[in-house]
Design a protein around this ligand. Sequence first.
Ligand SMILES: [Zn+2]
Length: 249
Amino acid sequence: MKTELIHEAAKVIWNAKHLTAFTGAGISVESGIPPFRGEDGIWSRYDPGVLDISRYRSYPDETWPVVNEIFYQFFAKAQPNKAHYFLAWLQQEGILKALITQNIDNLHQDAGSTDVIEYHGNSQYLVCTYCGERRKVEEPLVTDEVPRCSNEGALMKPDFIFFGEPIPQEAAMRSMAEAEKTDVMLLIGTTGEVMPASMIPKVAKRGEATIVEINTAETIFTQTITDLFLQGKAAAVCDLVQQEITRLK
Ligand SMILES: [Zn+2]
């Protein structure tokens, strides 16, 4: 990577008035969480139908053990990486004003970020499909027994969106508001294939925000809305940018 590009990105980020970040699966790959899509993705090994909301409601005895295996056995081992810590640091420095993530893995919070806008929800909570009671998942959750609510024994589900469910309203509204306000948006590990999340950077661009993109390969954003494209793995690129910002400070 050219040092001038890192320098330019560091300058843009440091001078931002209202920096926002928008992250996707690619930021967590180096933490051991494979993406859902693609050749080695989770859906190449598991049937995505387990996350179909009507199937989950109708056949929880069949679907819960698979959901448990993917999200609570396998994901539980993941730790935040340098890219997650970089964003937490930017927030502590007062530069980063909003962090919007499509990920449900809680790694931003594990790295120290607060007030994260979770566009697709969070796997660390279960929510009752009947009364809405929400409780933190006790770790490690090793049981294949379908989780039930303590109020009336109704079926609980992970508090992230299943196929067939809408985006959580508050997250959707806050994301759009931030996208309209931002002057610099940092995209990390998101390819823009998932709708309607992929609208967020486009709204930012329409508002004349500068778009800084960190991805391992070109995406649909790269040629259309990105101003600075930093190609590489999230952790390594973020580390370089953080070092450069520290020099600029
Ligand atoms: Zn309930």
